[in-house]
Write a protein that binds this ligand. Sequence first.
Ligand code: NAD
Ligand code: NA
Length: 400
Amino acid sequence: MIITPVIKGVVARSAHPLGCQQAVRNQINYVKSVAPIDNGPKKVLILGASSGFGLASRIALAFGGAQADTIGVSFERGPCEKGVGTAGWYNNIFFRQEAEKAGLIGKNVIGDAFSPQTRQQVIDYIRTEFDGKLDLVVYSLATGVRPDPETGEMWRSSIKAIGEPVTGPTINLETDTMEQMTIESALEHEIEATEKVMGGEDWASWIDILSEAGVLAEGCKTVAYSYIGAKSTYPIYHQGTLGRAKMHLHATSNTLNDKLAAIGGSAHVSVCKALVTKASVFIPAFSPYILALFKVMKDKGLHEGCIEQMQRLFSERLYGTEHTVPVDSQRLIRIDDWELSDDVQQEVASLMNQITHDNFAQIGDYHGYKSDFMQLNGFDLKGVDYQSDICIDSLQRLMP
Ligand code: NAD
Ligand code: NA
């Protein structure tokens, strides 16, 4: 079978296993080629390990100098009658294979990170196969739904404005067109539900459960990821429902930091750069900003992808030779520093003023945006033979 890309709106409905393998290898090669993570963690749990920042964290921590054993939790689907399965499914498999070749553990736990069963499975694995202790917990889940642990009812997040509705252009990756869209103003219960799904509550509950189980090592750290962005995007992100959820996440990092102090550990939020991931393409009216940002940062030689961001986070901020973690006045780690620098933002603002539905592909970096999106799903990677006949039976034999 020849696997071709299928895109519906901003969602990919197919993935290329060989391309996913190549993408994992490219990230491994990158972290091996740059300054290593010194004094890094050895036993790491990554929640949301199969794509985006979580996968990049896992690769950086295993191959970027720390040589960490990792447990990666994710919610992914393998091949079946309906299709080849998700990109994250293959990212997990090929990561594990590369880790094992390097003599490292790359345990994949496929399941719902919110369920008690998954938590127990992780704890059991830490006890039996992982020397009983974690040095770092990375929280990188991105999802639209979370069950209420008390009632089992689903909270659903909404990507909405708070206050006035916002109208702005967004990009349809299926048709390569820029369309006007309006994000409505959120109702109070939508703000609360988004906070429940994307805020810090579940992160805190994981840390509590792991702590009660006694599987956090002396000095254990935890980190979760956030976005703030430029003023021009505040109405859609920072001051909208997602931003409200992130404020909750930031507050949670302080509570967890106080708790972990008891074992000499710490909790941080790292504010990251805007990037194309499975999750971020859903944010309405955000794409023109990313097109302008990528263009400017690439012209200045400052562009980073998930893997560059994560290697910098672990080597220059969370670990390394310095004893303190550099943070801002809100105790946040800022690896969005290059994105938010004045000269980058001035040029982005002037470019965004010029972008229209006719010229966005020429004056913004639409090529880079689309290509990143395709690569998330294993397409558009150099060195992959997309004409090769893929045998579904052999894919089915690949175990997570
Ligand atoms: P992603 O969609 O690439 O990854 C999400 C991960 O969560 C996947 O591994 C997925 O399998 C897993 N997941 C989702 N629901 C799950 C469930 N119920 N059980 C187990 N696993 C589940 O997302 P991402 O963009 O890498 O986002 C990770 C974090 O980084 C988020 O907090 C996001 O807000 C933040 N962030 C993203 C950007 C950006 O531009 N993409 C910028 C800054 C911060
Ligand atoms: Na992730």
